[in-house]
Design a protein around this ligand. Sequence first.
Ligand code: MTE
Ligand code: MO
Length: 326
Amino acid sequence: MHILRKRPWHLPESALTDEQTWLDRRQIVKGLGLGTLLAGSGVLGASALAGTPDGTPPAGPIPKAYAYHLPPVKRNPAYPLDRPITEEEVAASYNNFYEFTTDKAKVWTMAASLQVKPWSIEVSGACQKPTTFSMEDILKKMPLEERTYRFRCVEAWSMAVPWTGFPVKALLQAVKPLSSARYVRLVTRDAPAMFPGVTSQKWYPWPYHEGLTMKEAMNDLAIFAVGIYGHALPNQHGAPFRLITPWKYGYKNIKSIVKIELVQDEPKTFWHEALPDEYDFWGNVRPDKPHPRWSQATERVIPTGERVPTLMYNGYAEQVAGLYPG
Ligand SMILES: Nc1nc2c(c(=O)[nH]1)N[C@H]1C(S)=C(S)[C@@H](COP(=O)(O)O)O[C@H]1N2
Ligand SMILES: [Mo]
């Protein structure tokens, strides 16, 4: 019965509002490689015609084997939620991670191909002490805590998640930034052999890359997450190390980071490069600023489908207001 009942967000409309569909349409409009796409992987059919999966947890359990062990950490009470935490199995089976697939319900089933141990993160660029940290260094040296944050995807769905991590500024201060460092550039692992979606979607500007201003990176809210629900990140959530900026849309929250560079000029960012008319460098959650193809005034809570108003800066206006005067 549950299976047959159409959830409110399980509508053709939602299938037509994701980033992939639009990109596919652009390929059609521009006539870029359409024949190859159609004849090849069937990617158009899969992403443009299938409905968006609805966030119902799979019948069987999600595998729970994590490459890293986290020490027990305390929840920081300074970040209370105004809504229930999303069930772990729901969050773990409804993911955006295009290096695997655009099918949110399938990412977790494919994500085992990413090898996350050993793993290191190079922090370099405009700083006095460029350093490559192993994951073990990070877990030992960084001030880990748990924070519950709202999470808002640009596709107008949302969750609420307990992350284990530490302030971005703790890592940046460790390399002693120079005053010329005005932006932070972050890059996902570049390993097509581990990421089937990279090979099948060659039109994207891989590897996934993102950026923040130095001021944004130094804001208290910005964290690097190494865990979720009290354990290390599973691959589908961006193991072993990803960015969380809860006042920004999900696409800024880059996964499986291997490189962090302090730079002088605004870095290029993956979605802005792919679709500049639709995604800007900032990616701030703004209910007053519609996406060119849909409203951002409300969001669908996963998995209930309840529509709730989207809050300015995802409810974090007080903490980030100073970043955006006027
Ligand atoms: N490397 C990489 N990072 C990524 C993405 C991606 O496709 N590749 N998707 C982004 C988007 S659009 C969202 S909504 C979030 C989803 O995070 P989650 O699956 O942990 O909920 O990851 C972001 N980070
Ligand atoms: Mo997203």
